[in-house]
Design a protein around this ligand. Structure first.
Ligand code: SF4
Length: 385
């Protein structure tokens, strides 16, 4: 069995960004944060009896990702307690990648040193943009200067693996601004960059405001130019939205794209383990009460049939530059790859996909229309099997 990834969801933020539809609440009282950490520790301990140190030959875990929300809002002491609970109850490998998400302005040099000392060895900052007008449009509570300072302070605190998130397609954003942002962050001591296209999620204040976004072809140019710029700066693309220096891919997120097992803890956390996908309730207080009273925490759970796994293999594998392998597909799912290959050959004629040996992958142009390509592939797959 492959090593396990462990995800912990911290649904607290300083304030709510205008585009955010993640499960996170701003301005929560200390008492709630304390109770939440206590519930997490209890939940981790209980799960550890079955899949961690408490079980016979518990599964080794080699990645931990503490995400949110803005986990650093909890403070270094509470995050230390979460990591201590994981170490105590799970077989965390000594070389585990242990990530914490942070926002500039939500963490200072002292807290960064403490986090590094606790054992977090990777930090991911939500930077998004550097221009004040774009940060204001997004409702971010920090400045570009604070982002640069936070990355410098994290590096000074001993973090050698630092990631930043950047958005493109922000209302009012120009190609020149995106280029300026990427050039600047590439001079910082980062090892990894995630580049996401802004999506207007229904119900968020930004979507309600119905802003003018950069046109589709403008967004496509932004993406393609960014891929080239980042490659020139030594940040190679390894997934649709992710770029890293040599040896610094996000090992935890890579598990999601290669169908490796992961377990989540916390309100709204997702898991894919033991052939089942499940998620916990999106409600902090219900999660705290549920753990305390040993009640069900499940929001949803489903067994994943083989055909669905085969579809996921294609859908997620084609997000990576490693792509999918026809031999591996046939070996894992006992199914023919022919119908998929026919479609991919057509994509190759349009410059959207390419092949090497038995592997197929999308080109950067193909990544831009990956939803359509993958949709067609899944349809072909469903008809063939
Ligand atoms: S910091 Fe992240 S999780 Fe929190 S509101 Fe903003 S986008 Fe959402």
């Amino acid at each position: 069995m492959p090593n396990l990834g462990v995800y912990v969801h911290i649904p607290f933020c300083q304030s709510k960004c205008a585009y955010c539809d993640f499960y996170s609440l701003p301005n929560q009282p200390e008492a709630t944060m304390n109770a939440y950490v206590k519930a997490l520790a209890q939940h981790i301990e209980e799960a550890g009896k079955y899949i961690g140190k408490g079980s016979k030959g518990g599964i080794p875990a080699d990645t931990v990702y503490v995400g949110g929300g803005t986990p650093v809002v909890l403070g270094a002491k509470r995050l230390d307690a979460v990591l201590a609970a994981l170490r105590k109850n799970f077989n965390l490998s000594t070389s585990a990648e242990i990530t914490v998400e942070a926002n500039p302005g939500a963490v200072d040099a002292r807290a960064l040193k403490k986090l590094r000392h606790s054992g977090f060895n990777r930090i991911s900052f939500g930077v998004q943009a550097l221009q004040p007008e774009l940060l204001a449009a997004l409702g971010r509570g920090h400045t570009g200067e604070q982002a640069a300072d936070a990355v410098r302070e994290a590096a000074d605190a001993g973090f050698q693996n630092i990631s930043v998130d950047i958005l493109y397609g922000v209302p009012g954003q120009t190609r020149a601004q995106l280029t300026e942002t990427l050039r600047s962050v590439c001079t910082w001591r980062i090892t990894h960059l995630s580049l996401y296209g802004l999506k207007l999620e229904p119900g968020t204040p930004l979507a309600e405001a119905d802003p003018l976004l950069p046109k589709d072809d403008e967004q496509a140019d932004m993406y393609l130019e960014a891929v080239e710029l980042l490659a020139r700066e030594g940040l190679r693309q390894y997934e649709i939205s992710n770029f890293s220096r040599q040896g610094y891919i996000c090992r935890h997120n890579y598990k999601y794209w290669t169908l490796e097992p992961y377990v989540g803890f916390g309100a709204a956390a997702h898991s894919d383990f033991g052939g089942k996908r499940y998620s916990f309730i999106k409600d902090i207080q219900a999660y705290i009460d549920g753990v305390r009273d040993s009640e069900s925490l499940m929001e949803e759970m489903q067994a994943v049939p083989m055909e669905e796994r085969a579809g996921e293999y294609v859908m997620l594998g084609l997000r990576t530059v490693n792509g999918v392998s026809s031999n591996e597909y046939t070996r894992l799912f006992k199914a023919s790859f022919d119908s998929l290959e026919n479609k991919l050959e057509r994509c190759a004629r349009w410059g959207l996909a390419e092949t090497e040996g038995d592997r197929w992958r999308l080109t950067p142009k193909g990544f831009l229309v990956s939803n359509q390509i993958i949709g067609e592939l899944l349809d072909a797959n469903a008809k063939a099997n």
